[in-house]
Ligand binder design. Structure first.
Ligand code: SF4
Length: 460
C-alpha cells in the first residue's frame, strides 16, 4: 500500500513540507457556497485545469453534475492579466446560460498576477456585459493560503456584501441561518429544526435540493434548491443571524451585522448533544419561541442511545482528521460519550481551533496530540506510536485504516468512495443519532471479528 513505509518516528522536522494534505483548494469551498444560491453560475477566474479539478471533486463527493464556468487562462492571460477573458466570459454566461447570479472566485494564478476583480467587474457592468437586474459576486480565493473552508467563508461573505440590503429600521420576524460548510442534508436538517420551532428563516447558502436532488429524468442547468436572490436581499431586514461554525460562517455574519445592523450569534456546529442543545436554545431565545415536544423527543432518543450503549463507547481511542468547525464539535461529542480523541489534525489553518477544543480535551485528563495545520502523514505516525480503536475522517484516511487495520468512519470532505453524506444529516439530534449508530456499528463489528469463541456474544 501507498503508506506502508510511513515510519512511527519523524525522520526530520518538516515544518515546510506537507505529505498527504488534510485539506483542498480554496475555490472548491467558494464553488460549493455559490451552488447554494438558486440560479447561480459559479465562475472560476483562472485556468481551465483548476475549474475541472474543483468541479470533479464536488461531483465525486456528491455524485451529481456540478456546473461552473471558467475564464480559461492561457499564456496570454497569464502574462497580460485576465480582464479580457473575464469580460468575455461574463457576456457569454449571461447570454447563453441566463443565471440570476455569477459568483466569481479567483485561483492561485489570477491572484499571483494580481487581477483586480472589483475593477474588472465594474468594467464589465460599464461595458454592458452584466444585464440589468443580474448580480456578480466576488471572492478572492488563492489556494496558497487557507483551504476549502476559508474559500467557502469568503464566498459567503461575498454573498452578504453583494446582495444583502437593509430597507427598514424595524427588523422583520425572520432569522438568518448560516449553516456553515456542511452537507446538503445538514442544511436541510437545520431548516427542519427551525421550522419545527416555528421560526421563519432565510438559510444561506443552501445546497439542499441542489446536490442531493431527486432523479427526475430531465436535465436542469439550475436545480430547484438554493436560496433565492430575493431572500438574500431580504437578509438585511432580518431580526438576527445565527451562524454555525465560526471559521466558515462568522465572516459573513459579522459583515451582515456591519452592513445591515443585523445582530449575530456565532455557535459551534450542532453536532452531538450539547452543541445541538446550544443551537436549539439560541434559536428559541432569539426568535422568542418555545421548544416543542417533537424536538424534546428527538433529544431524548439520542440521550437514550448514548446511555444504553455507553459500555461500547467508553474509553475507545479515536484519531480524527477534518475541518476545524467539524472537529471542535465532534471532539465535544466524543468526549461526552467518554471516548478519547487522542490524535487530531486539520489541514485548515485556524489559530483558535485548539483553543475551542481545549475545554473538551481537558476533560480527558491525558495528553493529546493536536497539530493544526498538519497532514495525514503526521496522523499516521501518531497512530503507529499509539494505536486507536477508530479513525474518523474523509476517504483519504482509508489508506491509514487499511495499513493499521483500524475501522474508519467516513466523515467530512471529501468522501468519494461511499454515499449517504448527501442524504443523511450528522447535525441535530437525529444527526447525532446517525453518527453514534455508525460509530457503534464499527466498534461492535470489530469486537465480533476479534472476540475469541468463548466471548463471542449473540446479544450486544
Ligand atoms: S492549488 Fe491553485 S492552481 Fe492548483 S488547482 Fe488549486 S487553485 Fe488551481
Amino acid at each position: 500500500m501507498l503508506l506502508r513505509h510511513t515510519p512511527a518516528e519523524p525522520a526530520v522536522d518538516r515544518e515546510a513540507l506537507t505529505i498527504n494534505p488534510a485539506k483542498t483548494c480554496q475555490p472548491i469551498g467558494a464553488m460549493y457556497a455559490a451552488l447554494g444560491i438558486h440560479n447561480c453560475m459559479p465562475h472560476s477566474h483562472g485556468s481551465q485545469g483548476c475549474c475541472s479539478y474543483h468541479r470533479s471533486m464536488l461531483t465525486r463527493h456528491y455524485k451529481e453534475p456540478v456546473m461552473a464556468a471558467t475564464s480559461c487562462f492561457t499564456e496570454g492571460a497569464s502574462v497580460f492579466g485576465g480582464q479580457a477573458n473575464l469580460l468575455e466570459a461574463l457576456g457569454n454566461i449571461f447570454t447563453v446560460y441566463n443565471p440570476d447570479v455569477v459568483a466569481v472566485h479567483t485561483t492561485c494564478l489570477s491572484e499571483t498576477i494580481g487581477d483586480d476583480l472589483k475593477q474588472m467587474t465594474a468594467k464589465a457592468i460599464d461595458s454592458g456585459k452584466v444585464p440589468a437586474g443580474k448580480t456578480v459576486l466576488l471572492a478572492n480565493t488563492p489556494s496558497y493560503v487557507g483551504s476549502h473552508v476559508t474559500g467557502f467563508s469568503t464566498m459567503v461573505k461575498g454573498i452578504v456584501e453583494g446582495l444583502a440590503v437593509s430597507t427598514t429600521a424595524h427588523k422583520l420576524d425572520v432569522i438568518n441561518l448560516i449553516p456553515g460548510y456542511v452537507e446538503p442534508s445538514d442544511m436541510e436538517e437545520v431548516k427542519r429544526l427551525a421550522a419545527a420551532l416555528g421560526v421563519k428563516t432565510i438559510t444561506f447558502p443552501d445546497t439542499s435540493n441542489v446536490l442531493n436532488g431527486p432523479m427526475t429524468g430531465k436535465f436542469r442547468m439550475y436545480p430547484g434548491g438554493g436560496v433565492t436572490v430575493a431572500e438574500l436581499r431580504a437578509a438585511g431586514d432580518s431580526r438576527a443571524t445565527v451562524a454555525l461554525g465560526p471559521l466558515a460562517s462568522s465572516a459573513a455574519a459579522q459583515a451582515l451585522a456591519l452592513k445591515c445592523h443585523v445582530p449575530c450569534e456565532i455557535l459551534e456546529l450542532p453536532i452531538g448533544l450539547t452543541a445541538t442543545d446550544k443551537f436549539i436554545d439560541t434559536l428559541r431565545r432569539v426568535a422568542g419561541v418555545s421548544v416543542p415536544d417533537s424536538i424534546n423527543r428527538e433529544r431524548g432518543q439520542l440521550l437514550d442511545v448514548m446511555t444504553d450503549m455507553h459500555q461500547y463507547t467508553y474509553g475507545k481511542k479515536v484519531a480524527l482528521a477534518g475541518d476545524p468547525d467539524q472537529l471542535v464539535a465532534l471532539v465535544d461529542f466524543l468526549v461526552t460519550m467518554d471516548m478519547q480523541p487522542i490524535h487530531i489534525v486539520s489541514g485548515t489553518p485556524g489559530k483558535k481551533t485548539l483553543e475551542r477544543m481545549r475545554p473538551s480535551l481537558d476533560k480527558l485528563g491525558r495528553p493529546v496530540n493536536v497539530k493544526i495545520p498538519s497532514d495525514l502523514y503526521q496522523l499516521h505516525q501518531w497512530i503507529k506510536q499509539e494505536p486507536v480503536d477508530l479513525i474518523i475522517g474523509g476517504t483519504h484516511c482509508k489508506y491509514i485504516a487499511r495499513d493499521e487495520d483500524t475501522p474508519l468512519l467516513r466523515f467530512g470532505f471529501p468522501i468519494v468512495d461511499r454515499i449517504g453524506h448527501q442524504y443523511f444529516p450528522t447535525v441535530g439530534y437525529k444527526g447525532g443519532l446517525r453518527l453514534l449508530e455508525k460509530i457503534l456499528g464499527l466498534v461492535m463489528d470489530r469486537q465480533d471479528r476479534d472476540a475469541p469463541e468463548e466471548r463471542f456474544e449473540l446479544v450486544m
